[in-house]
Ligand binder design. Sequence first.
Ligand code: ATP
Ligand code: MG
Length: 451
Amino acid sequence: MIEDKLPDNVTALPLRPVIVPRDAHCISRRDISDEALRVLYRLRNAGYKAFLVGGGVRDLLLGMHPKDFDVATDARPEQVRELFRNCRLIGRRFRLAHVYFSDHVIEVATFRAEDTDGEGDGNDRVIHEGRIVRDNVYGDIDDDVWRRDFTVNALYYNIADFSVVDYVGGMHDIAARSLRLIGDPVERYREDPVRMLRAVRFAAKLGFHIDPASAAPILEYGQLLEHIPGARLFEELLKLFMSTSARDSFRGLVEYRLFERLFPQTWECLQGDRDGRARRMIDLVLEATESRMAEGKPVNPAFLFAAFLWPPMRDLADEYIGHGLPAFDALQRAGDAVISQEVGRVVLPRRITRVTREIWELQPRLERCAAARAGRLVENPRFRAAYDFLLLRAAAGEPVAERAEWWTRFQSAEPGARAELRPVGDDARPPSRRRGRRGGRRRRRVEAPAE
Ligand code: ATP
Ligand code: MG
């Protein structure tokens, strides 16, 4: 009986799933990747149940191209591994099988259940302060469905008869373009606060609204994100922003007061943003990210974080300069301070923060743009990102447009003609040898470090 299996937080009681037959939905095997089909068929031929589930089913029902396919089965992870040579088991918190193909991975998850019968060893499902920290009690599809987050993510495409199995009204919510959590929203957010970020992400990506009962608690429970490991927040941020709906993700995070929890320093700048530059910087970098993603060009997350954290970094550097620190030192110190405070919340990996710093530290050098040294600077592996960043700052309203143009001309000039390019701005003055000595604030702001 399904009723016996329902977790406490599920109040709606569908008596049996709705089975949507092949001719009543639009999912065709032609739209499913060959690799996903191979995994589904091999599981089925070995006598297991095999379903496509999650974003793949949801996106196909919406006529979109899924970015990946997830498979759910009653085979245990070890049994999945026996069927596929190209398979690895991963994850402790949530044990999964990854089946590798030349250019992508199919994730195969065994159905999960509540640990109600005590069958597990007491360590398989671990709940700490209402949060699920481990979830490895296995079950059947009618157990598995209730632990999924949104109804539209809990539809199962059955490879046995090509039907869609719907326990939770997901088909209705797809048609209504609504994101609705399964069960009691507060409890579901408590179990896993990242679901708040997922709500915003899916709303942005799919153009759905968040059902009022699922939306309301986000404002109240946003602080629960503080319990989430910073590395997981970083992964979620990448999904939110490295996307063709990056701007809607940002708007959603602001609307639900989550942005201020993830980027408190940037948020503070946005509050006092009299000249609107901080906001423009963010809008522009998100717009650029969206178009690059749409064109299939690579996007560098370090560039994104460099832009997000630039406004607080710039303010702090100005403060240090006001206290008499040379511009480059001020920038370095402010960069360290802003990054280490951010990393206390969202763990940006070192390989990212290193590049973020390099982009920042090249700014004063680009601002100086002395023709004699420019050729060498162009060779710097980080030049392109730093130049793009200078363009971004110019577009956001910082007084660096002339320099940005100079670099544009410099790069398109023939090597022989480069030396002829007239310097602009402060660089038009004779080179100074007084680096680090007392002088006016403006002069120091544009000083470059020794090369
Ligand atoms: P996309 O892959 O487009 O980002 P998705 O819905 O496939 O979206 P995944 O993170 O790939 O998202 O997860 C696959 C499925 O696993 C989800 O559709 C959902 O059913 C379930 N799931 C993932 N994360 C959670 C979570 N935090 N809480 C509950 N269920 C989840
Ligand atoms: Mg997915």
